[in-house]
Design a protein around this ligand. Structure first.
Ligand code: FAD
Length: 264
C-alpha cells in the first residue's frame, strides 16, 4: 500500500502572539510535530507492519524549518518525505493550504491508496484541512478516527468517535482518514531511524513546481479574512450557594445579584 501522511509543524506553546495582519508569529517559538499527526504517523507505521510491502511518504507545507517534523516522522519509521515551501504561500487559509497539499500529492506522489491526517492542528484547530484535501482529490473520507482496525489495500475498516460512542466504518480506497488521539501511544524514534533521517535529502517544491499560480495560494487564494484575533477574557471561579432550603438559597442568590449590580 502507498500511504501519505500529512504532518504540520506547530508552536510548542499556548502563548500565541499575532502580527498586525492577524497571522500567527512563529519566529522564536519552539516548534513540534502537531500531536495528532504523531498518531497519524504511528497509524501508518502500524498499517505497514501488517502490510510489509507498504511505503509511507510524509508531507508538510511550511517554512524551511518545517523539515524538522518530516525528519521526526522518518526517524519514527516513515520511508520518505516531501517539503512544500514557498514565500508565496504566506497568508494561505485552510482552503489554499488544502488545495496546495492536494496538488502536491497529485503532482509529486501520484498514485496512492491512503492519506492520513491528524484531526486537528493544535494552533489553527479548524479540522478543515484533511476533509478539504479529500474534497480536492474527490476521495472518500473518515473523520474522528480512533483506530484503523484493518486494511487489505482495497478497503479499510476504522473505528471513529461519535457522540454515542464508537462507530465502525468501512471505506473504499483510495481514501483519506483523520486521526484523533488513539488508545496506543506514538513510538519514540530509534537511534537507527534518527541516523537515517539525518542522512536523508528531503526534496522541496514551491508554487511553480506544483503548477499553481498566485491566484491559488497565499492571501489571493484564500477566501477567509481574519478581522480580529484575541484571547477571550478568563472569568474567575464561580461561587456555590450551599444552602439546602431552595427558598433561602434563592433569596441569597438574589441579594448577591443585586450586590454585584447584575440586577438593579
Ligand atoms: P487543521 O485543519 O486543524 O489540521 C488538521 C490536519 O491537517 C493536521 O493534523 C495535518 O495532518 C493536516 N495539516 C494541516 N496543515 C498542514 C500543513 N501545513 N502541512 C501538512 N499537513 C497539514 N499559517 C501560516 O503558517 N502562515 C500564514 O501566513 C498563514 N496565514 C493565514 C491567513 C489566513 C487568512 C488564515 C485564515 C489562516 C492563515 N494561516 C497561516 C493558518 C493556516 O491557514 C492553517 O494553519 C492551515 O490552513 C491549517 O489549518 P489548521 O491549522 O486549522 O489545521
Amino acid at each position: 500500500m502507498k500511504i501519505v501522511v500529512c504532518v504540520k509543524q506547530v508552536p510548542d506553546t499556548s502563548d500565541i502572539k499575532w502580527t498586525e495582519n492577524n497571522t500567527m508569529i512563529r519566529d522564536g517559538v519552539e516548534s513540534i510535530m502537531n500531536p495528532f499527526d504523531e498518531y497519524a504517523v504511528e497509524t501508518a507505521i502500524r498499517i505497514k507492519e501488517s502490510n510489509p510491502d507498504s511505503t509511507i511518504t510524509v508531507l508538510t507545507m511550511g517554512p524551511p524549518q518545517a523539515k524538522d517534523v518530516l525528519k521526526r516522522a522518518i526517524a519514527m519509521g516513515a520511508d520518505d518525505a516531501i517539503l512544500i515551501s514557498d514565500r508565496k504561500f504566506a497568508g494561505s487559509d485552510t482552503q489554499a493550504t488544502s488545495r496546495t497539499l492536494a496538488k502536491a500529492i497529485k503532482e509529486k506522489i501520484g498514485n496512492f491508496d491512503l492519506i492520513i491526517c491528524g484531526q486537528f492542528a493544535i494552533d489553527g484547530d479548524t479540522a478543515q484541512t484533511g476533509p478539504s484535501i479529500a474534497e480536492h482529490l474527490g476521495l472518500a473520507q473518515v473523520t474522528f478516527a480512533k483506530e484503523v482496525e484493518s486494511t487489505n489495500g482495497n478497503t479499510l475498516i476504522a473505528k471513529r468517535e461519535i457522540e454515542e460512542g464508537l462507530q465502525r466504518v468501512e471505506m473504499q480506497l483510495p481514501g483519506l482518514i483523520c486521526m484523533l488521539k488513539c488508545d496506543y501511544e506514538p513510538r519514540m524514534p530509534a537511534i537507527k531511524g534518527v541516523m537515517k533521517a539525518n542522512r536523508m535529502q528531503i526534496p522541496e517544491f514551491g508554487m511553480e513546481d506544483l503548477g499553481l499560480d498566485n491566484e491559488d495560494v497565499g492571501f489571493k487564494g484564500s477566501p477567509t479574512w481574519v478581522s480580529k484575533a484575541f484571547r477571550p477574557e478568563t472569568r474567575g471561579a464561580g461561587e456555590l450557594i450551599n444552602i439546602d432550603d431552595p427558598k433561602q438559597a434563592a433569596c441569597v442568590l438574589l441579594e448577591k445579584l443585586i450586590e454585584s449590580k447584575v440586577l438593579v
